[in-house]
Structures are given as structure tokens and as C-alpha cells.
Design a protein around this ligand. Sequence first.
Ligand code: AMP
Ligand code: MG
Length: 402
Amino acid sequence: MGVDEHLADILSVVGPLSPLDLGLLDAHGCVLAEDVVAPGPLPSFDNSGMDGYAVRAADVTRPGTVLPVVGDVAAGPASPLRVQPGLCVRIMTGAAMPAGADTVVPVEHTDGGVASVRIDRVPVVGAYVRRVGEDVQAGELVLEKGSYLGAAQVGLAAGVGRSRVLVRPRPRVVVVSTGSELVEPGTPLGPGRIPDSNSLALTAAALEAGAIAYRVGIVPDDPRKLLDTLEDQLVRADVLVTSGGVSVGAYDVVKEVLSRLGTVRFSKVAMQPGMPQGFGTIGPDSTPVFGLPGNPVSALVSFEVFVRPALRRMLGAEPLSRPQVAARTTEELRSPKGKRTFVRVRLDVRDKTYAVTPVSGAGSHLLAGMARANALAIVPEDVERVNKGEQVQVMLLERRSR
Ligand code: AMP
Ligand code: MG
């Protein structure tokens, strides 16, 4: 099966999650499922843009004008002070403009006086006054449905008075590793044992993709235990991700257990790394389940190519794929005939163009190379060799926390 065909299969099953009303900080990093409209203007009242003096501009026609200061207004509840002709008020940034005043003179343009003030520059009428509605008008659409809620968007929603918004929630991803050779990282290894790195890497990858991720950890190659674990986890999963046990060996427990359910298909996908792939749905809610291969690089590359786009679809986020750029390769790249190869590379800018250099051999157990890579060069199915200096498409693996 081709890579695109397998992905299309997955995306035909996975849809955006139903919208949920969330507090702004829980909604951070999600995609809006409603338009956010400002009920009133921003700023909501005329206020001072500087620390200084609220004056009537008509009173200050010459540098060196001295005005009596009749009081102070600070940010906070509006002051009852009124600025009569020939007088002024000391004012702080964000304080409501007192009635009568039309202009703010910054303290830097004065002698800073308290009882009276000498103004050294003639102000322009209306200077340093932040006008009602100059940022946002009442009734204005400030955040559109489908837009991503980053820090600035969270700030704007709060700024127009919202505490909650309707968003597509983060999918809950449950990550299970299978393998009787696996031990919890940090605990002593017996002979033939290895630390379970996949469930940590895949949980981290799910978090980076914007999901809520639960790491279940290790399940031995025992069909009963795997089935029990998956059944237990279904209640809190929008997606299940397993690693290992999907190839053709004896004890390939994921394949054994999930094939029996009839709704999960195991395919040989024409890619390297990551050929054996399982995907389908299980449980009463038809929860999508990904059976990723066990080799650590295969697991992570499969996550990038298949799971991440599915999670983005659930989040309602666009585009589904990582950004790609064209880059020149500094070394020859090889790819088996008929397979799409994802080459672990380091991407940098050289002579103002992108260049990639492989950082690892092709072995799908070579995790250190994967950790050095910041991108995957994509060698298409019909290409067996990319010569040094030729262009190749590159998928960027920016490591961004959510
Ligand atoms: P499998 O797909 O189960 O045949 O595993 C393929 C290879 O990946 C074997 O060498 C496994 O030991 C290794 N492997 C499987 N699961 C993990 C894991 N969770 N962490 C690290 N290596 C793993
Ligand atoms: Mg295994």
C-alpha cells in the first residue's frame, strides 16, 4: 500500500472532535469553533497613553506655559475631576480622561510639577489620548472560527471580556508499548532487556502535536494482557497508539489481537522506515487505533507521517502536515526502489539556500541519529538516488512544545 493511500484511509475515518466550551487557558493551543465578537469597543473609554498632564490644548499655545494642577487621576475607577479652562490634572497611563481635558502632555515634556506645572512643548490636540474603539469596534469580529488560539489570541479574547470559548478540544491519546523485552527506563536491565523508549517518545510526540497524552507504558507480548489494557484504556482515549508487535514474527501480539477484531487492518506500507502499519477502529465509540512498528525510528517516523495529521484533523487544525521546503543535499541519498524513504537529516541555511546533510544510517533502530535530525528528507517512490547537490523535499520537524 502506498503512503498516501494509507494516510487517506486514516483521514477518511478520523474527523474533528465535537466542540467544547473551555476556559481560556485550557483552550490555549486549540482551534476556535465559534466566531468571537467584541460586545463593546476597545478601549472601552478614552484614557491616557502616558504618565503626564491632562490639559485643554487650547490653554497651551506657547512653550513654557504654566498651569495650576488641580488633582491626580490614576488608573482605576473614573475620577469625578473636571478640567476647567486654564487648569490641568496630573494623569497616569490607563486612567480615564477627566471631563474637559482633550490632550495629554507627557511628564517628559514638563518640569514634573505637582502644584503647578511648566509645559515645555506645545501639544497637538488629542495627543496621547487612547480613543474609545480605536483598537476594536463594538460588534467587530475579532477572532474567526477555525483560527488557532495562541498567546496573543488568548489575550484578545480576554481583552474583549471572554473567560471561555468554544473550541475543538485536544484529542486524548493513550500510548501503549508492547514487548516482553521492555523495562521501565531507569530500572536495571536484565539480559536481553531494553528500556521502553517508544512510549516516552510517542507520548512526547503526541504532546508536541497538541494532544493530551497518557502514557500507559509497557504491556508484555501476551494477547490477554494487551486486550485487557486496550479495553481499560478506551474510556479515556480519543486515539490509541501502540508500538511493536505488528510485523510477521511469532509473538507479534498487537497484530494477533487486533486482527481478530476485524476492524483493524495490517498493511505493508511502501515506506522506509516504518513498513508494517496497523490502523482501524475498536470499541463502542469506534476509537481509532494505530499499531505502529516497534523499531524506535519507525515508530516516530510513522507518528509523523500518519498519527500527527490525524491528530491535527481532530483538532480542526490546518494544514495537517508539517511544513516542507526544497533543499539541496550535501551528500548522495539512497532509497529502495518503490518505497518512499524518509532520511534523517540536519537542515541548515548555506549561501542563503536550504541544505540538508544525512545524520544517520538507514537502520530503524538508530535512535541517536533521529535525535540529531531536525528534518526528514523525502525521497519519492520512483527515485533510487538523489545526487549530491540535487534538490529534495524536506519535512521540517520543529520541536515546539504546545
Ligand atoms: P517489534 O515491532 O515488536 O518486532 O519490535 C521491533 C524492534 O523494536 C525490536 O528490536 C524491539 O525490541 C524494538 N522495540 C519494540 N518496542 C520498543 C519500545 N517500546 N522501545 C524501544 N524499542 C522497542
Ligand atoms: Mg515486539
